[in-house]
Design a protein around this ligand. Structure first.
Ligand code: GLA
Length: 671
């Protein structure tokens, strides 16, 4: 669709509303009101407190204080929002919502006034249903009370409303949300309207004129799999977002403790490149200085808040390695290189690929390292597992005053792209360090080193130093690492260190790269249920892979017995597309067998997957399409000689919905 033309239509209709010409909600385009021209930034308590008692007036005030004191307000954070559980379960005699007297003894207006007093804005929550979502029964929702509740909120000085979807009584979503939009508009107070409909009715297709942002997915959890699966669902909706109407992949988990700092940086970077709302979900009174560094990174925030308002897209994604690009208003491009995998990865793109004009050189700002370098055209990074790098790239500029951009990393020889760096005790393994000068000018006095765990040995097989490395050239060293026969199973750090000088600066540059070596546990012996054997790693499309039950929903352990067309299995795996589970077989096994199919109580017309079994880098079995009505299928795969056996479920090409894929009676036969 032609964005510009549709926006124009909206502008015309909005002007007509302003002149009091139109009044029917169907045609009103009240949302083109100048609010949320960049994605909303602020705070919401839900991800850290849920309904716990520490969600109260003191918390909200504390957050507002911290926004000011820690520079977050300066960085652009504006809305301090409260979520579910702020009210009593019953309305009062006048039918008004009543603030919870213990949490908010002075009422909501007093808190809003406090927040406003800090130069910030205040937001509230309710549901487009008869009750809200909280499991203890919920408090009264807005369905049928839209005008009364909107008026009350406006009288308290509310600036933002998150409107949830629970207990909606089956009433059409567009109708429910439009009703509240009109009620908010009728108050005359500018209120950002956030649709929390979880993407159930594809709000991106109809909510542009209803709300300023709409949730695209179910709730985020404070863990890597949840965050990544939500990012993947949100990223394909880029074309629907723009100033005043944003895709909302849910509030941030940064700082809540369930991910590493590397992972939280990837989370924050993904949200920023996708022009997502940045609503902090951690209790800032309790977080580490690192959390403030991530949330307060003004260069990353500037990407999110760029006034062009384009949601960045993944222009390339293969095997868990992503190149995201977001055009910026001054002609620069923001780039996010993202490594979803459990193993390190060197990811590259070029100025041409990201759509910058031809230039002799480019200026590359590293938004996390806060350094600026120049490049002849390639933009690359050596990334740790789950890591990302974020750059702002401009054509030309005064590039010659900056040193060349250099990427330095280390890789183990692996069985297939993206594989874990497995090492076998007693056997030597090769690592390669690579230094790439992507600039136009040389770097000098280059040296590389590799460090292994105590008791292991490492020896360089080729030169470790180079006097001059010209622009657009790379320098590699191969290393032989010996793992003692006594090494226990586990993941061990292998660190590379590099030093060099550049013509642009007097001080030597030193950089490091951390990779690892994985010592696997013993391979299975005899005939074993794989659900009784520890996997090397597992990735699942929705919630975790479950042992001996089906995959339920997002929570761990919430699946029931495995059941395929009435056939029940007490052993097996419950997965959800796209899934990838790896077992160490050490060349010791010959066969994998299972009975596969979609879980009975999760069957939907959209259920469609394929099952694959791989031995290292070769596919040993493929099921073809499996739908929710297909009978249970006998699977048998010859895995002779494989070091790693990989079980894969794809989404069958129709998206990863309703793909609860069972592996009943899953067994491996080994020596
Ligand atoms: C739903 C929403 C969450 C949160 C809770 C509150 O699950 O999606 O973001 O607001 O309700 O109960």
């Amino acid at each position: 669709m032609d964005q510009r033309r549709s926006k124009w239509r909206t502008v015309v209709v909005a002007a007509a509303v302003g002149a009091g010409v139109l009044s029917t909600p169907q045609t009103a385009a009240a949302i083109d009101d100048g609010l949320a021209l960049t994605p909303p930034m602020g705070f919401n308590n839900w991800n850290s407190t849920h309904c716990r008692a520490d969600f109260n007036e003191a918390m909200v005030k504390g957050i507002a204080d911290i926004f000011v004191d820690k520079g977050l307000k300066d960085a652009g954070y504006q809305y301090v929002n409260i979520d579910d559980c702020w009210a009593l379960p019953q309305r009062n005699e006048q039918g008004d919502l009543v603030p919870h007297p213990e949490r908010f003894p002075n009422g909501i207006k007093a808190v809003a006034d406090y927040v406003h007093g800090k130069g910030l804005k205040f937001g509230i929550y309710t549901s487009a249903g008869t009750k809200t979502c909280n499991k203890d029964g919920g408090f009264p929702g807005g369905l049928g009370h839209e005008e009364q509740d909107a008026k009350l909120f406006a009288s308290w000085g509310i600036d933002y409303l998150k409107y949830d979807n629970c207990n909606n009584q089956g009433v059409d979503a567009k109708q429910r949300y439009t009703k509240m939009r009109d009620a908010l508009k009728a108050t005359g107070r500018p209120i950002v309207f956030s649709l929390c409909e979880w993407g159930q009715n594809k709000p991106w297709e109809w909510a542009k004129d209803v709300g300023h942002l709409w949730r695209t997915t179910g709730d985020i959890g404070d863990n890597w799999n949840s965050m990544v699966s939500i990012a993947k669902r949100n990223m394909v909706l880029a074309d629907y977002a723009g100033p005043g109407h944003w895709n909302d992949p849910d509030m941030l988990e940064v700082g809540n403790g369930g991910m590493t700092d590397v992972e939280y940086k990837s989370h924050f970077g993904l949200w920023a490149i996708m022009a997502a709302p940045l609503l902090i979900g951690a209790d800032l009174r309790k977080v580490t200085p690192h959390t403030f560094e991530i949330l307060g990174n003004k260069d990353v925030i500037a990407v999110d808040q760029d006034k062009l308002g384009v949601q960045g897209k993944a222009i390339r994604s293969e095997g868990g390695q992503y190149v995201f690009v977001k055009p910026l208003s001054n002609g620069d491009k923001a780039v996010l290189l993202f490594n979803e995998n459990d193993s390190g990865a060197q990811i590259s793109t070029t100025a041409q690929e990201i759509g910058l004009p031809k230039s002799f050189a480019y200026t590359v700002r590293d938004l996390w390292a806060k350094t600026t370098a120049h490049s002849a055209g390639s933009i690359s990074a050596a990334l740790p597992p789950h890591g990302s790098a974020m750059f702002r790239v401009s054509a030309g500029g005064d590039w010659y005053s900056y040193p060349p951009a250099v990427t330095a990393g280390a890789d183990a020889a692996v069985l297939y792209p993206g594989a874990m760096p497995l090492v076998t005790p007693g056997k030597p393994v090769t690592y390669t360090t690579t230094v790439r000068n992507t600039g136009r000018t040389p770097i000098m006095n280059l040296s590389a080193k590799l460090f292994v765990p105590d008791g292991w040995s490492v020896q360089a097989k080729t030169s470790t130093t180079k006097l001059i490395l010209a622009g657009e050239k790379q320098f590699q060293t191969t290393w032989e690492v010996n793992v003692p026969t006594t090494a226990e199973p586990g993941r061990f750090p292998v660190n590379a260190a590099f030093a060099y000088t550049t013509p642009q600066s007097r001080t030597p540059v030193s950089t490091g790269y951390q990779t690892e070596a994985v010592v696997p546990g013993a391979a299975p012996t005899g005939v074993k249920f794989l659900s009784d054997h520890k996997w090397l790693r597992a990735v699942n499309g929705h919630g975790p892979v479950e042992l001996d039950t089906t995959n339920g929903e997002a929570k761990a352990g919430d699946g029931g017995p495995i059941s395929i067309r009435g056939q029940k299995f007490t052993k097996g795996l419950g997965t959800h597309a796209p899934a990838h589970i790896e077992y160490y077989a050490g060349g010791n096994c010959t066969k994998v067998t299972a009975v596969v199919g979609i879980q009975d109580n999760k069957v939907n017309p959209l259920s469609l997957v394929t099952y694959e079994v791989w031995g290292d880098n070769t596919k040993r079995y493929e099921s073809g399409p499996v739908t929710g009505t297909d009978p249970a299928k006998e699977l048998s795969a010859d895995v002779t000689g494989a070091t790693v056996v990989r079980l894969i479920v794809t989404d069958g090409g129709n998206g990863k919905s309703y793909d609860h894929a069972n592996w009943g009676d899953l067994k491996i036969t080994c020596a």
